[in-house]
Design a protein around this ligand. Structure first.
Ligand code: ATP
Ligand code: MG
Length: 391
């Protein structure tokens, strides 16, 4: 009996030896999660890779592959076939069937590459390559062998079972989710912060997202949009936690007590402080924002300087040096763009000053802030009422 399987290759080097088991288990659960709704599958660990098999149903590679290659830490996947019968006649047949399925009618070069974990196998690797290669040559008149630079490498691997495959479909790479520690990402409903969150999660950071919500000035739909964005990122990470912080009262308090043209700076500082408080609770060591230098009034260097001093944590800004179009290109590639451009209001756009200060002085801001007697209490209140959603 042979069956279609998907062979998943992951970046082993990125996993520290003692943690390897945890990361592999996480990859397995991320795969299961992403395949939910597509059928029943086995995900089997096999010497440095994972094998996905269907439990009875058909393997629909067109549906399965796009979902699997998303997961951070996966280098790529190979659609192939698995068999228990490792006899050379069976391997010849399988390799030929595989080549027919993928390359029939194409004039092209190939080579066979064999590996055997079982050293008692009666043939050595070179003999397997020669026999299987010749069988393909005899039956596929349009194919020729090129051992140096072939268009297709047909792999025959003998492990506990035997595998035949030739295509490698590249994933996003990155490091296994959580392998670099934790950070807290300030996630708005805009285009930028979902991209920033995705980029840092790709570097192996376990990310908690925080959204500052201002009902009734912002709607339930605006909140849903952020939930949707976090869910899209969760497809790459295998899950994500979203904290929704009620910010209306604090925002109204700031509106009454600070100069209007500097309101955004105070608001952003409050966001940083909340982010830090959430980070400290979960053991996170950095904050993430979607700032891009010079993009808007609150992203001038003076504004970034004035906002940054509200936190003692490193603030990761992966988009700092990117143009808007570059950010949009990534947003489209990762699938957040369509959701981000839905026209729902953001908490920063309400009460926004007509002429916001573009060169705020950090000292002036701090002096005003020191007089805001209720600020600490309101921040604590907002944190106490924070809603947590696991996606
Ligand atoms: P984005 O496209 O991410 O919304 P932006 O271009 O609108 O960013 P700003 O409004 O200046 O820029 O926001 C800068 C950063 O502050 C955002 O990228 C995000 O990290 C954070 N931020 C802004 N508003 C919120 C919010 N309501 N909740 C959480 N984070 C926010
Ligand atoms: Mg925004």
């Amino acid at each position: 009996m042979d069956e279609k399987v998907l062979i998943v290759k992951y970046g082993e080097v990125a996993m520290r030896k003692n943690n390897q088991y945890i990361f592999i288990s996480r990859l397995v659960s991320s795969i299961r999660r992403n395949l939910d709704g597509l059928g029943e599958f086995y995900v089997v660990k096999e010497q440095g890779r994972l094998i996905i098999e269907s439990r009875g149903g058909e393997m629909d590679f067109d549906k399965i592959i796009p979902r699997v290659i998303k997961i951070f830490g996966i280098l790529g996947v190979c659609p192939g076939v698995k068999t228990k019968d490792q006899g050379i006649e069976n391997l010849k047949r399988l390799a030929l069937e595989h080549v027919k399925e993928y390359y029939a009618g194409r004039k092209m070069t190939f080579k066979v590459q064999a590996r055997r974990a079982n050293k008692d196998y009666p043939l050595i690797s070179n003999e397997i390559c020669a026999i299987v290669g010749e069988h393909i040559l005899e039956n596929m008149p349009d194919m020729t062998v090129d051992v140096r630079n072939p268009e297709a490498v047909v792999s025959v691997e003998l492990r506990n079972d035997a595998y035949v495959f030739s295509k490698f479909i590249e994933g996003y790479g990155g490091l296994p989710y959580g392998s670099s520690g934790r950070a807290v990402s300030l996630l708005s409903g805009g285009i930028d912060s979902p991209v920033a969150t995705w980029m840092m999660a790709k570097r192996g950071l376990y990310v908690d997202c925080v959204y500052f919500n201002s009902p009734p000035y912002t709607s339930e739909r605006a909140k849903q949009k952020v939930v949707d964005l976090a869910s899209i990122i969760a497809e790459y990470t295998g899950g994500i936690r979203l904290h929704i912080v009620p910010f209306t009262e604090l925002q109204l308090y700031l509106l009454e007590n600070v100069p209007e043209d500097k309101l955004t700076i105070f608001l952003k500082r409050a966001m940083m402080r909340c982010g830090q408080a959430i980070a400290e609770k979960s053991g996170a060591m950095a904050l993430i924002t979607g700032d891009s230098v010079g993009q808007v009034a609150s992203q001038t260097m003076q504004a970034i300087f004035a906002v940054n001093s509200a936190t003692t944590m490193p603030v990761l800004r992966p988009l700092a040096g990117m143009d808007k179009q570059e950010i949009i290109d990534i947003a489209e590639k990762i699938g957040t763009f369509e959701t981000s451009i839905q026209p729902f209001e953001d908490c920063c756009t309400i009460f926004v000053a007509k002429h916001p200060e573009t060169k705020p002085s950090a000292n002036v801001i701090k002096r005003i802030e020191a007089k805001l007697e209720k600020l600490d209490e309101m921040l604590e209140q907002a944190l106490a009422e924070t809603e947590v959603i696991d996606l």
